[in-house]
Design a protein around this ligand. Structure first.
Ligand SMILES: Cc1ncc(COP(=O)(O)O)c(C=O)c1O
Length: 388
């Protein structure tokens, strides 16, 4: 009998390597594979399934919107698009601004990159170990050379600086710099949290040179850290914020948000998208925002995340635990992250080996105390297997 793995290999481009499982169903923070095996999902589609799987509020919002009005072209607008833009601007607390909706994080960054070009400058300063996406523009800003090099030439004039070092940033930014781009927490790198004062220093440096300050909150935003946006821990107002992942709770949607005058840089004809801002995706995002608020998921993420970090750190094979809320990263004492992820999966838990020695967790914000406790109970045995 041909397996799903064989059929996948025969029919899908090999950009991701072989899939670990074929999943057929999900509920809350649990998923089931094609053999009927259940897993606790501690990755949430990589920080996407904010409300877990098959959340009734999300299902209802999408269903209702699709039954009412599924898509309009950008010659028209729809109420969900306008309401969502207003909600996001209000959540950002940044005063007036403007939103451009996309379908993914890379597209949100692509839009923001084009927005920065409208300043008349081209230089962008970005952090080492950053990840901003895979389109040619977003890729040009992504730090990992192995991702970029096969596709060069890419848009240039990018300088990478060590993350968390305000002096390196100050040295790199000039009067030619269009934007400073930072993740308030670097997700793909295995969860690096901006040190205290770093984002504020970035704001000062950008201001000194008339550059835009752009935060990529594609992974860290929308409640994941126990705050609506990770940069809210730092009392800094950026000019540009990009979002995706958790915004739609699993329905594809991203956003490029320009605050203040940055919201007016893109003009008619400068950018566009067929699907971006479609009513169904916006209705999904509105349901995510409403549910996070109604169910107190910001506080839940903060409290449960702290418990998870404490529990994970208790084992001597864990060198360091980082993160905020339910964006959690840990470094192992040995480069055994792939083994840990494999042992965890065999034990019924989905986790991610972000780097050879780093594990990342980005579970649904609806992860229950019991789900977290079951993982912490299994953790020493998972490490035993991986370090054997
Ligand atoms: C910080 C950050 N920016 C951008 C992206 C790209 O988003 P997408 O995969 O939705 O295109 C990611 C994806 O992991 C991300 O973590």
């Amino acid at each position: 009998m041909t397996t799903y793995a064989d059929r996948y290999a025969a029919s899908l481009m090999n950009t991701f390597g072989p899939p670990k499982l074929t999943l057929v169903r999900g509920e809350g923070a649990h998923v089931w594979d094609a053999d009927g095996r259940e897993y606790v999902d501690l990755l949430g589609g990589i920080a996407v399934n904010a409300l877990g799987h098959a959340h009734p509020a999300l299902v209802a919002a999408v269903t209702e919107q699709l039954q009412t009005l599924g898509h309009v072209s950008n010659f028209f607008t729809s109420e969900p698009q306008i309401v969502l833009a207003e909600r996001l601007l209000a959540l950002l607390d940044g005063g007036p601004g403007k939103v451009f909706f996309t379908n993914s994080g890379t597209e949100a960054n692509e839009a923001a990159f084009k927005l920065t070009r409208r300043t008349g400058r081209t230089h962008v300063v970005v952090a080492e170990h950053s990840f901003h996406g895979r389109t040619m523009g977003a890729l040009a800003l992504t730090s990992k050379a192995a991702y970029r090099e096969p596709f060069e030439p890419l848009p240039g004039h990018v300088t990478w600086v060590p993350y968390g070092d305000p002096q390196a940033l100050a040295d790199a930014v000039t009067d030619e710099t269009a934007a400073v781009l930072l993740e308030p927490i670097q997700g793909e790198a295995g969860v690096n949290v901006a040190p205290d004062g770093y984002l504020a220093a970035a704001r000062r440096t950008a201001d000194e040179h008339g550059a835009l300050l752009w935060f990529d909150e594609v992974q860290s935003g929308m409640g994941r850290t126990g705050r609506w946006f990770a940069h809210h821990a730092h009392d800094v107002t950026p000019d540009v914020v990009t979002l995706a992942k958790g915004l739609g709770g699993g329905f594809p949607i991203g956003a490029c948000i320009g605050l203040g005058t940055a919201g007016d840089l893109l003009e008619p004809g400068n950018h566009g998208t067929t699907f971006g801002g479609n009513p169904v995706a916006c209705a999904a995002a509105l349901a995510v925002v409403a549910t996070i608020e109604a169910d107190g998921l910001l506080e839940h993420a903060a409290v449960l995340g702290a418990k998870l970090r404490d529990g994970l750190a208790a084992d001597a094979r864990v060198a360091e635990v980082r993160g905020e809320g339910l964006l959690v990263g840990l470094s192992l004492t040995e480069p055994k992250a792939a083994e840990v992820a494999a042992e965890a999966l065999a034990a019924g838990f989905v986790v991610n080996n972000a780097t050879p020695d780093r594990i990342r967790l980005a579970p649904p914000l609806v992860l229950t105390d019991d789900d977290a406790a079951s993982f912490l109970a299994a953790w020493p045995t998972i490490l035993d297997g991986a370090f054997a």
